[in-house]
Design a protein around this ligand. Structure first.
Ligand code: HEC
Length: 183
């Protein structure tokens, strides 16, 4: 009789796996086994993991977030001091410049999707590399630093190097203010 040999973790509803209707299943070695105590639960956990892995592999095929080519740097603001720029590079440039760093997880979905979205939105609001462009919310830059709303919390958790001490935060806030007033 027709029998399909599948590994135990394989989600059986994807293929027809003959059994006796009592939860028994044909295993990879060709033998039919009835489930023992706890085996059904284990099997469903194994299938869950199998499906999760399959989904994680499949979503890697979606091209969104794969390209890491930055647009050219057009013009930076007239920084009031090299220190202000340094702090902004550390805490803001990954999303608000055309000099975004690429990390080992930058191409791995779903991280790549979140990163791409942050970069697109970030550059649209405020781009330190395209200071001639319109539509920038520069007036709020110092304010976001003072409030602590930028960089976003999820970014700070993953990038400890972007964490600013109180003194650095004050320096960046005042530096941005001076830079933006200067034009
Ligand atoms: C992880 C990416 C990321 C980093 C790093 C980051 N931002 Fe943003 N920023 C965004 C995104 C996304 C938006 C638009 C959506 C929003 O407001 O949350 C934004 C919006 C803004 C805006 C527009 C006003 C507002 O609140 O929406 C300002 C100003 C800003 N950011 C300043 C900064 C400054 C200054 C830094 C560095 C101290 C920084 N950002 C770091 C992603 C980032």
């Amino acid at each position: 009789m027709y029998s399909l040999k599948v590994p135990v973790w394989f989600p059986s509803f994807l293929v027809f796996v003959p059994g006796k209707g009592d939860g028994s299943q044909v295993f990879w070695d060709g033998y039919t086994r009835s489930p023992q105590k706890g085996a059904v639960v284990k099997r469903w956990i194994a299938r869950g993991v199998g499906i999760l892995v399959a989904v994680l592999l499949l979503i890697q095929l979606i091209p969104y977030g794969h390209s890491h080519t930055d647009p050219p740097v057009v013009a930076e603001p007239a920084w009031d001091s090299p220190q202000t720029r340094e702090l902004a590079v550390r805490a803001c440039f990954d999303c608000h410049s055309n000099e975004t760093k690429t990390y080992w997880f930058s191409s791995i979905a779903p991280f790549s999707w979140l990163i791409q979205h942050d970069i697109d939105e970030g550059r649209r609001r405020l781009n330190f590399s395209d200071w001639t462009g319109n539509g920038r919310e520069v007036g709020e830059a110092a304010e976001t630093v003072r409030e602590g709303s930028m960089p976003p919390i999820q970014y700070k958790l993953i990038h400890p190097e972007s964490h600013l001490t109180d003194a650095e935060r004050t320096a960046l806030e005042q530096g941005l203010q001076a830079t933006l007033q200067g034009g």
